[in-house]
Design a protein around this ligand. Structure first.
Ligand code: PLP
Length: 440
């Protein structure tokens, strides 16, 4: 009998980890390691939950935050599932457009969009540009004047002074962040008035993003209150009713023990009831709610497969097990102490026997993937699967130590398709130029 883990993750009768109907030990053999395995059905299931909760039930919108994981295949899935897309750079925009993603369903973010990026966004008619600062407002107007386009729909990114932490939120009072117009100083109001005066821009809504891995719905409610208060102030001062409120992403997911995410329905219910309560309190209609989930769509869909190599035991202290990837394919542990769980894919039914630390192969002492994990006896050649690596792994990958970036395989119903090829050593040199005078 297969043992069900999460999503389409099972332990099959051979005692191997299986994802999307594919034996991961076979996947490692066929495609090599390190390898990102993305579970297509899980991604689609999450898209459907967000679509139902925020688009179908609330008449709002859900834009997948492509920074979490973007390839052309991913953009195509998001398109098919009927979600919108949040991009933050010309590169993300280009990828989406190349995949045939409808420009009208794209929100373009970023605190330093270049002239070229803004031009590209306007000329491809993206749905909304989320303006971050006064410089961008001026730049946008200059570009629209130059290319003679129709008025561009914009949202204003606002720093609400609320910061969400995993289990709480804090109201920072001061708004020390590089993102968005500050509220307390009156800049947000000034920006709103400026857009209303502009013949080149149309004010569609306001946006904020308060953090990531948020488990408590209080944080979203706190942000909703501040933003709705702002909508009311704008209405009082200008007579203009802002109709859309984008509350960003950050819905928490399970990475490891202790993570207790709410369901998408629970987040949606809490957000809409808070928005309804505050709209009534501040005397404005309930705005159309938009969210931007990233990790909650792709995080648990991804698993990274590694081959175990060397090991080192320091008596009485620690046993290190090294794998063939590391901070180059998953920087999150080194960057902010993220905690993951793992399983030996070819020994998935074996009892735990030892506590080990999983090290990457990079020349950095901090290149540790999992500290103190309980596993069966681990031997060179075993396949270690680290779960919930679908978000911010591939997109933050690097070639540190000249490690070629791993392949990404999309699995579904027993079928495995490469969606990103493994880099080769030749790829590492592809953009290089060796000047003639240095050629021996
Ligand atoms: C503006 C914005 N929206 C959405 C997201 C997605 O966050 P998450 O992946 O935690 O859902 C981020 C993440 O940094 C963000 O900055």
């Amino acid at each position: 009998m297969p043992v069900k883990l999460h999503g389409t993750m099972f332990i099959n009768p051979a005692g191997h980890l299986e994802i999307g109907g594919c034996d991961t030990v076979q996947l490692a053999r066929e495609f090599g390691t390190p390898l990102w395995v993305m579970d297509e059905n899980y991604i689609r299931q999450q898209c459907r939950l967000f679509k139902k909760a925020f688009i179908d039930n609330l008449g709002g919108d859900a834009a997948y935050a492509s920074k979490a994981f973007l390839t052309q295949a991913m953009a195509a899935i998001i398109k098919e599932e009927g979600l919108s897309l949040d991009v933050v750079s010309g590169g993300e925009l280009f990828t989406a457009l190349q995949a045939g993603f409808p420009a009208r369903r794209i929100y373009f973010h970023g605190n330093n969009k270049s002239r070229e990026e803004l031009k590209m966004a306007i000329q491809s008619h993206v749905g909304k540009i989320v303006v971050d600062n006064f410089y961008e407002l001026t730049l946008l107007e200059e570009i629209i004047q130059e290319i003679g386009d129709e008025p561009v729909p914009v949202m204003l990114r606002i720093a609400p002074g609320v910061e969400a932490h995993t289990h709480e939120y804090v109201q920072t009072g001061q708004e020390d962040t590089k993102f968005g117009f500050s509220l307390a100083s009156g800049q947000a109001l000034e920006a709103g008035k400026r857009v209303l005066k502009s013949e080149l821009l149309t004010l569609k809504g306001i946006h904020c993003h308060i953090g990531s891995q948020i488990f408590e719905t209080d944080s979203f409610a706190a942000a909703a209150e501040i933003m709705i208060d702002f909508i009311a102030q704008m209405y009082k001062k200008t007579g203009y009713l802002i109709g859309e409120l984008n509350l960003g992403g950050g819905f928490g997911i399970y990475y490891s023990k202790g993570d207790t995410p709410k369901t998408i329905e629970e987040y949606a219910e809490n957000i809409i009831s808070a928005a309804t309560e505050y709209a009534e309190r501040y005397g404005v209609p309930v705005p159309r709610i938009i969210v931007e989930p990233g990790r909650s769509i792709v995080g648990p869909a991804g698993t990274t497969l590694y081959t175990v190599g060397s090991y080192k035991e320091i008596p009485g202290i620690r046993k290190y097990i090294s794998v063939d990837g590391g901070m180059t394919d998953n920087i999150r542990t080194a960057l902010y102490g993220a905690v993951y769980e793992g399983i030996i894919a070819n020994k998935a039914l074996h009892e735990p026997e030892e506590i080990v630390t999983i090290a990457g192969k990079c020349c950095e002492s901090g290149d540790i993937l999992i500290k103190d994990i309980s596993l069966p006896r681990v031997e060179p050649g075993d396949i270690l699967a680290i779960t919930c690596t679908g978000a911010y792994g591939y997109t933050m990958a690097s070639n540190y130590n000249r490690l070629p970036r791993p392949a990404v395989v999309l699995v579904r119903d027993g079928q495995a398709d490469i969606i990103v090829r493994r880099e080769t050593y030749e790829d590492l040199l592809r953009q290089e130029v060796l000047p003639r005078r240095l050629r021996g």
